[in-house]
Design a protein around this ligand. Sequence first.
Ligand SMILES: Nc1ncnc2c1ncn2[C@@H]1O[C@H](COP(=O)(O)OP(=O)(O)O)[C@@H](O)[C@H]1O
Ligand SMILES: [Mg+2]
Length: 1240
Amino acid sequence: MLEDTQLVWVRDAAEGYIQGRITEIGTKEFEVTPTDRKYPKRTCHFDDIHSSCEGPQDHDDNCELMLLNEATFLDNLKTRYYKDKIYTYVANILIAVNPYREIKELYAPDTIKKYNGRSLGELPPHVFAIADKAIRDMRVYKLSQSIIVSGESGAGKTESTKYLLKYLCYSHDSAGPIETKILDANPVLEAFGNAKTTRNNNSSRFGKFIEVHYDAKCQVVGGYISHYLLEKSRICTQSAEERNYHVFYMLLAGAPQQLRDKLSLGKPDDYRYLSGCTQYFANAKTEQLIPGSQKSKNHQQKGPLKDPIIDDYQHFHNLDKALGRLGLSDTEKLGIYSLVAAVLHLGNIAFEEIPDDVRGGCQVSEASEQSLTITSGLLGVDQTELRTALVSRVMQSKGGGFKGTVIMVPLKIYEASNARDALAKAIYSRLFDRIVGLINQSIPFQASNFYIGVLDIAGFEYFTVNSFEQFCINYCNEKLQKFFNDNILKNEQELYKKEGLNVPEITFTDNQDIIELIEAKSNGIFTLLDEESKLPKPSYSHFTAEVHKSWANHYRLGLPRSSRLKAHRTLRDEEGFLVRHFAGAVCYNTEQFIEKNNDALHASLEGLVQECDNPLLQTLFPSGSSTSVRGKLNFISVGSKFKTQLGELMEKLEQNGTNFIRCIKPNSKMIDRQFEGSLALAQLKCSGTISVLELMEHGYPSRVLFADLYSMYKSVLPPELVSLPARTFCEAMFQSLNLSAKDFKFGITKVFFRPGKFVEFDRIMRSDPENMLAIVAKVKKWLIRSRWVKSALGALCVIKLRNRIIYRNKCVLIAQRIARGFLARKQHRPRYQGIGKINKIRTNTLKTIEIASGLKMGRDEIVGGVNDIYRQIDDAIKKIKMNPRITQREMDSMYTVVMANMNKLTVDLNTKLKEQQQAEEQERLRKIQEALEAERAAKEAEEQRQREEIENKRLKAEMETRRKAAEAQRLRQEEEDRRAALALQEQLEKEAKDDAKYRQQLEQERRDHELALRLANESNGQVEDSPPVIRKSENVRAQQQALGKQKYDLSKWKYSELRDAINTSCDIELLEACRQEFHRRLKVYHAWKAKNRKRTTMDENERAPRSVMEAAFKQPPLVQPIQEIVTAQHRYFRIPFMRANAPDNTKRGLWYAHFDGQWIARQMELHADKPPILLVAGTDDMQMCELSLEETGLTRKRGAEILEHEFNREWERNGGKAYKNLGAKPNGPAAAAAMQKQQQ
Ligand SMILES: Nc1ncnc2c1ncn2[C@@H]1O[C@H](COP(=O)(O)OP(=O)(O)O)[C@@H](O)[C@H]1O
Ligand SMILES: [Mg+2]
C-alpha cells in the first residue's frame, strides 16, 4: 500500500466528486479509496482526480479557492448551498443555485439599498451586485449592457430576471410610473407565456429580451420587450403531467360568474386542449374559494397542485389588475378573455366522416355543434362560414378551365383537425404577440441614451421525444454558448496574448461546427427544411434522409440508432436525427418539422378570420397580409424567421457590454435542501464556467485602457500631472494606492486586475469628482516622494559605485603584488635556496670555532681555516648573487668545494680533538644522528602526503575527463538524436493533440450518457450500459507496443509489488525493469501533483533543486538510451540551490544525491535554518527525485560530481547510517537494495 496521506477528490457518478486517498499508482490511472466506506474503491484516469483541501470550502468567489479545480468548485457550491448562500462568482460571472424556497430578506428592499453603488465583491455575491455593475459599467464606459441569464429549464432564470428588473427599476429611489409598467409586464407575460412542465411548474415557453432604457442622468426613461419563439404545440397538446398556458386555468378558476357566463366556461376536463393535466394550482385558502363545479374530476380527487409562487385563482385577479394598469379598458380585457375562451371551445370541435361521401370529406360532429356555436360567437364569425372553412379548403385552379376559378376541396378528418389546431395556434400566438405589443405601447418612451437588456431564453432542452421547438431552442443555446466562448474564453485569451500578459493557454470545446450544421446557408438543417417545404409534395422522411446525406460522417450528426436511449433506437433512420450538442446528444423526431416550420393558415381560414366582427381578432389578422397567397416559393418559414431574429439579438449582444448569470438546478425533483452533485457538475461544465475558472487561475477579468483612465482624470489633474504620459500616470496612481503588485498587471495599452479585485478596480473607476480629487492628491504626494526617493537612490548608487571602483583598484594592486612576488620567488628560488644551503655551512663553522676554542693546541690554525672558508662562502654567495643565470650544478659544485674544505677542516679538528674529547665527541655525534633520523622520518611523511594529494588530483582529473568524454559523447549523441527527437516531438505533439481530442470526445460521451441517464430516470427508459470506446488512444497503443517489446510487462503490476521486487529480487534484468517502471509511475504521480498543487505551496515539496528539475523538462524527449545494467556504477553529486521564498540568510542550501546506476539511492538536503533531510530509496521514494540520472543532466554539470568519501563524510556527519556494500560486486544493485531492506 502506498502511504500518500493527501486527500483527493475522485469522480463519482452520483455525487460528482467524493473524497478519498490514492492507494495505488498505475500506468495512467490511480486507485483511490474513498474516505467514506460506503463508496467502493475505484480506479480512475488521473484527469478525474483532483487535490482536495482538508475542510469544506466556503468562498464568495471561486477564483479564491486554494485549489482551482472543478471538484473544489463543486464542493464550494454545495457547502454554500446548504448554508443558504446560493450565489457565488467565477471572476465576474455569477453562479446562482436555485434554492427552491424563499430565503429570508434575500431580495428585500433593504437589500437592494445595500447593494446600491457597491463594487462586485464588496458584499456577498448577488444578482443585485450584477445589476449594479451593469448600471455602473453603462455609466463609466458609456455603453449599453446586456445581462445574459442562462441555465436549463427550472434553474431559476426567470426568477433571477425578475429580481434583476426589480433592481434596475428600483435602484434609484422608488419605482416611478415607467418602472411600475415594466414590472407589471411580468405577471401578464407569465400568464400567457408560462406553463407547468415536468421540469418547472412555471416554465417560460418563450424567450424574452427586456430592455430598460436610461437617459444621460441614468434615470429610467423607457422599456422594451422583444420575445422569441412561443411554443405553439402546447396550445393543442401537452405531455402527461404538463399543462397548457396558465391563462386558461386562471380564467377557469378565477373568472367571476358573470364573465364565465359570457364565455360559456366550464371546468378544465371539459376541454380537449387541457387534457395533459386538469388540476389547478391553489393554496389552502384559494382552494376554498374555487367552487367545486369549476374543478375537474382529477382535481377533486387529488387536490390542487402546489407551488409557492403560482396560484391560478389569485393570479387571475392579479392579471386583471395588471392589464388594467397597462391601460386596457374592461371591453378590451373582455376581448382578450374571449379569444382565450374561443381557443378552448375551438379545440372541442370534432369531425366525423360524411356517410356515403365519395370525395372522402368530413363534417362537424353532432356532439360538437354547441362548441361550434360558442366559438363562432366568441370569434364574431358566421357559424356556417366557420363550419365550411374548417372542413374544406379553397383552391385556385391553375390549368384547365378558367384560370383562377375558385374550387372547394373537402378535407379529410385529420386534415380538418389539423386546420382547427392551426387556427387555434394562430389565434393564440398572435394574441400573445399583441399582448407584448400592448405592454410595449404602454411603457412611455423618451429618447434614451443607453439601455440594459436582460435576456431570459429557454435553456438547453431534451426530452424523450424532441421536435422542432427543442431544435430551435437548442440552436439558440448553441449560439449563446458560442457567444460566451468567444466573449469570455477566446477573445480574453487573445487579449492577454496581445497585451503580453503571458497567461497560460486553456482549451475549450468550440461549438462552431454544430452551429454550421444547423445554419449553414447551403446545406444547414434549416435550409434543407425550407427547401423540402418548397417541394410539391414535401415529406419529413425525405427531409431527414437529405440531412443524413448532406452530413454523413459528421461527428456532430448521427442516426437515431446511435442514441444511448433505447426509446430513440426504435426510430428508423428517416424518422429522426441525433445532434451532439455542446451539452449532450439530443435525438430529434422529424415527423412534425415541416408543419411546425410553416405557420401559415390555409386560405379559407385566413379569409374567415380577416373578415370577422371581433375587433381584436381583426387587428390580429389584418386583411391584405395573407400569408397563403404569397405561395410556397416565397413563404417565410418559422425557422428562418427565428434565425433572423436571433441574428439581430446576437448583433445587439455583440455591441453591448456583457454580464453573465449562470443558473444551476440543484436537483430534478424541484425540492429544497437537496444537492445532486453530478447534475450540478454537468451544468457547470456545459455552461463553460469550469473553463473560465481554469482561465482565471492566471487571468485578469477587469481592465481599463491607460488612455481611458487618464482622460477620465484629465479634467481634475493639476498642471504638473497633465504632462505625464498616460501610462506613467497610471503607474503612479497604482503605486500611490498601495495596491499589491500581484493583484494587477500592466499590459501594453491596458492595466489588468486579478479576480476578486473589483473593489480596488472600482475605487479608481468611480468617476465622482471628490473621489478623483482624493486619488489625484495621493498621486501627487506619491510622485514627489518617489522622485525624492529616486534621486536619493541615484546619489547612493553613485557613491556605491565610486567605493566599488576604489575597492577594485585596491584589489587589483594586491593581486599584482602577489602575482609579482610569486613570479620573482619562482625565478630566484634556486639561487636563494643555493645561498641558504651554502650559508648553512657558516652556521656549522660556528660550532667548529666553538670546539676549536676548547683546543689547547693549533687553535689559530683552525680559526684561520675557518676564516678561509668564510671567504670562500662569501665568494660563492657573491658569485650566485651576481649571476642570475647561474645553474644548479655550478652552485652545487661550489657547495661541494666549500663543503669538502670544511670537511677537511673538520677532519683536521677531529683528529686534534680525538684524544681530548673522544668520549664527549661520541655522545654528541649520537645526538646529531638522532636529529638526522627524525628529520628523515618527517621528510618521508611529507612525501607520503604529497603522493596522496597527487592521487586525489588524478582521480578528480579522471572524473573531469570522464565528464568531458560524456559531454562529448552526449554532443555527438545529441546531434544524432536531434532529428529523431524532432520527429518524436512531432509525433508526441500529435499524440497529445489526439489524446486531448479523445478526452474531449470522451467528455462529450459522458455528457451524452448522463443526459440519457437523466431522461431514462424520468421516463423509466433504458440506457445502453457501457459507453462504446471511440478509439484507443495512440498514446496507450504506443505504450503497449513499447511494453510488448520489453521482456517484462509490468503494466499490471501494483506499485507495492514493484517496490517489493526492487527490494528483494536478485534477477538483475527484472530488477532494472521494475526500477524503470517504478520511477515512471512516480513521474506520472508527481506530474499530476504538480498540476494539482495548492497555490500557496508551489515552491515547497520539490524532490530535487529547481535547476535539476527544469533541466530535465527542457530536454527534448530523447529516445531512452539502452542502459547497461550489470556494470551499474555508483556516482555522487552535490548541487547548491536557492529557495525563492525563504528569508535572505536561509535561502541557500546544498543538495546531495547518490545514484546507484540510473536511479537515486540516497538523497540529502542541507538547509541553514532547518535540520538536514536524509532520504533513502525503498522507504522515502515519494519524496525523492524520480528522474533517472540521465534525465537529471547531473553528469554533464561541471563540478557537480563528488567523490564517494566526500558524500559519505557529509552523510555520516548529518546522522546518516553508513551505506555499506557498495559497487564492486556483480549484483551490486540487488545487494544494495537488499541492504536497504535490512537497514529498515
Ligand atoms: N431565487 C429563487 N428563490 C426562490 N425560489 C426560486 C428562485 N429561483 C427559482 N426559484 C424556484 O424555481 C422555480 C423555477 O424557476 P424559473 O426561474 O421559472 O426557472 P427557469 O426560468 O430557469 O426555467 C421557480 O418557480 C421558483 O419556485
Ligand atoms: Mg423561465
